[in-house]
Design a protein around this ligand. Structure first.
Ligand code: HMG
Ligand code: MG
Length: 305
C-alpha cells in the first residue's frame, strides 16, 4: 500500500453548501461571502457555494441567486451549486454559474426523503437538466449518495450505485462523486466499492464524498487514493452533513485531508495555515465549535525554540 502516490489531487470544497445547509440559525449573506473569501485565500479552486433547491426544503440557502451574483472570484476559481430540477437549472443559469451539480441517492427511501422523487423520477428529471446545461456551456457534476449505506434501508447494492453513476455520466456529467452520506464506511468496504467502480469508470470521472461520522473518513480516503482516486470532497472544519439522514454529522474536514496529504507529499494547492484560518472564519460564521481534528489541534506540534 502507498507505493505509488500521485503528485497531486484535487479538492472540491463543499462547506458553503453542504456545511451551511443544515444550520438552523439564518446566516447573513456577508457571513457566507466571508467564508468564501477565506476558502479562496487558502488556495481552494473548486467550491460548491450554494443550492438552487426549494427554499422551503432548505431555507438557509434561499439567498442562492443573490449570493452567486455578488460573489467576486478570481478566474482560477470555479464555483458550483446543487440543482435538483429544471427550475433549479434556470436559476443557476440566470445567476451566471458555469458549473452545477445534480444529486440523487442510490436508495429509494433516502432519495424520496431528500427530493420527493423515486430514483427513476430523479433520473428522468436529470435527463431534462444535464443535456440542456451542457448545451448552454455549463459543466455538470453529479452526486450519488448513500453508496456505503442508507439510514432507512441499510446496505445498498454496489450495482445499484454503479448503474446510476453510469447513467449520469452518459447524460453528460463530467464526474460522479460517491457519497458515504451517513459516514458508515469502513476501509475494506471502500476498497470493494472503489474497485467495482474503477472496473467500469475511469478514475478522473470519480470522486469520493466521505463523512467522518464514525471516524473512518480519512482511512477511506487513503484507500481511495491508493486505488487511484484523485478527487476528494471536503468541508472546512468538518462542518455539515445531510439534513435528511438521521444521525449524519461531519463531512470529512478539509484541514484533516490536507494535513494527511501534505504528510504524504501529495500536493493540493491548499495552504494548511490559511485553511486553518478559514476554519476559524467558518466557526465564527456559524457561531459554534466545529468538529475538525486539525481545526481543533493545529497543524503541528509547536516546539520551544
Ligand atoms: P417538491 O415539493 O416535490 O417540488 O420538492 P415541486 O416540484 O412539487 O414544487 C413545489 C414548489 O417548490 C413549487 O412552488 C415550485 O415552484 C418550488 P409553489 O408553486 O408551491 O410556490 N420549487 C422550487 N423553488 C426554487 N428552486 C427550485 C424549485 N423546485 C421546485 N429548484 C425538490 C422537490 C427537489 C424541489 C425538493 O425536494 C428539494 O428542493 N430538495 C432538495 C433538498 C436538499 O437540498 N437536500 C440536501 C442535499 S445534500 C445531499 O443530497 C447529499 C450530498 O451532500 C452528498 C452526500 O453527503 O452524500 C449531495
Ligand atoms: Mg456531505
Amino acid at each position: 500500500m502507498l507505493e505509488k502516490l500521485p503528485d497531486s489531487v484535487s479538492i472540491y470544497e463543499v462547506s458553503p453548501r453542504d456545511g451551511l445547509q443544515n444550520e438552523a440559525k439564518p446566516i447573513p449573506l456577508e457571513g457566507k461571502l466571508e467564508l468564501l473569501r477565506a476558502l479562496v485565500a487558502a488556495g481552494l479552486t473548486r467550491i460548491e457555494l450554494t443550492s438552487f433547491v426549494s427554499p422551503r426544503w432548505v431555507p438557509q440557502l434561499a439567498d442562492a441567486d443573490e449570493l452567486v451574483k455578488v460573489a467576486q472570484l478570481p478566474p482560477s476559481v470555479t464555483v458550483s451549486a446543487l440543482v435538483p430540477n429544471a427550475k433549479g437549472f434556470e436559476r443557476a443559469l440566470a445567476a451566471g454559474l458555469k458549473e452545477i451539480a445534480v444529486f440523487m441517492s442510490a436508495s429509494e427511501t433516502h432519495n424520496r426523503k431528500n427530493t420527493n422523487k423515486s430514483i427513476q423520477q430523479s433520473l428522468e428529471t436529470f435527463e431534462e437538466v444535464v443535456p440542456p446545461a451542457r448545451a448552454a456551456g455549463l459543466s455538470v457534476r453529479a452526486y450519488v449518495s448513500t453508496v456505503w449505506g442508507c439510514p432507512y434501508e441499510g446496505d445498498v447494492p454496489i450495482a445499484t450505485s454503479l448503474g446510476i453513476a453510469q447513467r449520469l455520466l452518459e447524460l453528460g456529467c463530467y464526474q460522479v462523486s460517491l457519497g458515504d452520506t451517513i459516514g458508515v464506511g469502513t476501509p475494506l468496504q471502500t476498497k470493494r466499492i472503489v474497485q467495482a467502480f474503477l472496473a467500469e469508470i475511469p478514475a478522473p470521472q470519480l470522486a469520493l464524498h466521505l463523512h467522518d461520522t464514525r471516524g473512518t473518513a480519512l482511512a477511506n480516503a487513503l484507500i481511495g487514493l491508493d486505488l487511484g482516486i484523485r478527487d476528494f470532497d471536503a468541508s472546512v472544519s468538518g462542518i455539515g452533513g445531510c439534513p435528511y439522514a438521521p444521525g449524519a454529522a461531519g463531512n470529512l474536514a478539509t484541514e484533516d485531508l490536507v494535513y494527511m496529504l501534505d504528510g504524504l507529499g501529495v500536493k493540493t494547492g491548499v495552504d494548511i495555515d490559511k485553511l486553518i484560518e478559514a476554519g476559524v472564519v467558518a466557526e465564527a460564521v456559524v457561531g459554534r465549535r466545529l468538529p475538525g481534528k486539525v481545526h481543533q489541534a493545529g497543524a503541528r506540534v509547536l516546539r520551544p525554540a
